[in-house]
Design a protein around this ligand. Structure first.
Ligand SMILES: [Fe+2]
Ligand SMILES: [Fe+2]
Length: 212
């Protein structure tokens, strides 16, 4: 009988301790802290992804209102790409780290550039300037460049193959950029009023901002 009473008391004590533990303010605060930390991290990540796009939108509008040619930055990127290709071709020592850095710089610039052209400029070229055939050709050339970029990465450890791949990519980019600058961009430029140019500036900056 005495033993049974002791056992009952022991069970009640353990249950009370558990309840105390559950109600303990530190336990509740800890869960809340983790939840808030999780929400804060998610919100920060979302903000980090969205803010560049919001800023790019605003800067595109500002550039358009200031009368900046919507194609100026794309043309500047052509120069940057050709200059990076020059450096890649004339690297003297087989410096893998430098090759890798130049390759990443090239890939990032091409990524931003291609996204803006394929998602904004070429659709306008096709629908507004009615350059149906030329637009398809430009898309095909971009696809071919992407294969050359893949081959360039594969060739990164072989000096001869690397140089051949750089030259092959340059032979794709150079005439393509010339055609855009001398023929296609001017056709589209002719059709744009100030409002259209501002819109185009904004959309191009927005697409570019999607590539970090
Ligand atoms: Fe292009
Ligand atoms: Fe281009």
């Amino acid at each position: 009988m005495f033993g049974f009473a002791l056992e009952q008391r022991s069970i009640r004590k353990t249950a009370d301790e558990c309840l105390t533990c559950l109600r303990h303010p530190y336990g509740v605060n800890k869960s809340r802290t983790y939840l808030l930390l999780g929400l804060g991290t998610a919100a920060g990540a979302l903000l980090g992804r969205l803010l560049p796009v919001v800023f790019a939108n605003a800067s595109g509008v500002a550039q358009g209102l200031a009368g900046l040619d919507p194609f100026a930055q794309l043309i500047q990127q052509h120069r940057t790409l050709l200059s990076v290709l020059d450096k890649m071709e004339h690297l003297t020592a087989p410096d893998w780290a430098k090759r890798r850095l130049l390759f990443l710089a090239l890939k990032r610039t091409i990524g931003k550039h291609a996204l803006a052209e394929e998602n904004v400029v070429y659709p306008l070229l096709k629908t507004q300037a009615e350059r149906h055939e030329s637009t398809q050709k430009l898309y095909r050339e971009h696809a071919s460049m992407k294969i050359h970029i893949f081959e360039l990465e594969v060739a990164i450890r072989s000096t001869d193959e690397w140089r051949d791949a750089v030259r092959a990519l340059r032979s794709e980019i150079e005439p393509h950029a010339r055609e855009e600058e001398q023929t296609e961009f001017p056709r589209l430029r002719e059709l744009l009023d100030k409002k259209g140019a501002t819109q185009l500036n904004r959309k191009i900056r927005q697409e570019e901002a999607l590539v970090i």
